[in-house]
Write a protein that binds this ligand. Structure first.
Ligand code: IDP
Ligand code: MG
Length: 138
């Protein structure tokens, strides 16, 4: 699955009307959409998704933010997808993100940072399967 990654356009991207612009950038960067849904995560689902951060001081705020409105979840395909997509979204903190990256262009802060991208092939597989059934992937 090294050619697959998982993304979420986070609630601030949906609220601020940036779904179209962000998807356009993703597609023009050569990613192919394999699965996509407009959905809202429950508290339980967001807590499970970010379980690795459960001991961090920002965990409760993170779950509150990620459940504050709908998201767009998607599976994307490209050679070396995980690394290529992390390059496209930029640093976690948009102030440190490179010019032209999605977080530089659309994120307001380190907490509300517009978009998620898997950080490894192993996590990409877990995250894709967390959000999508086999019959939802094309
Ligand atoms: P990533 O999304 O760039 O992989 P992670 O370290 O995995 O960054 O953190 C997950 C999410 O938690 C971030 O995207 C951001 O929404 C939030 N977050 C990370 N670090 C901080 C912080 O220091 N303060 C507040 N929120 C944070
Ligand atoms: Mg991460």
């Amino acid at each position: 699955m090294s050619n697959i990654t998982f993304t979420m356009l986070k609630p601030d991207s949906v609220r601020n009307g940036n779904i179209g612009a962000i998807l356009d950038k993703i597609i023009k960067s050569g990613f192919i959409i394999k699965a996509m849904k407009f959905t809202k995560m429950s508290n339980e689902k967001a807590s499970k998704f970010y379980a690795i951060h459960s001991e961090r001081p920002f965990f409760n705020d993170l779950v509150e933010y990620m459940t504050s409105g709908p998201i767009v979840a998607a599976i994307l395909e490209k050679d070396n997808a995980v690394n290529e997509f992390r390059d496209l979204i930029g640093s976690t903190n948009p102030e440190e993100a490179e010019e032209g990256t999605i977080r530089k262009m659309f994120a307001k802060s380190i907490s509300e940072n517009a978009i998620h991208g898997s950080d490894s092939d192993e996590n990409a597989k877990i995250e894709c399967e967390f959000h999508f059934g086999a019959d939802e992937i094309y």
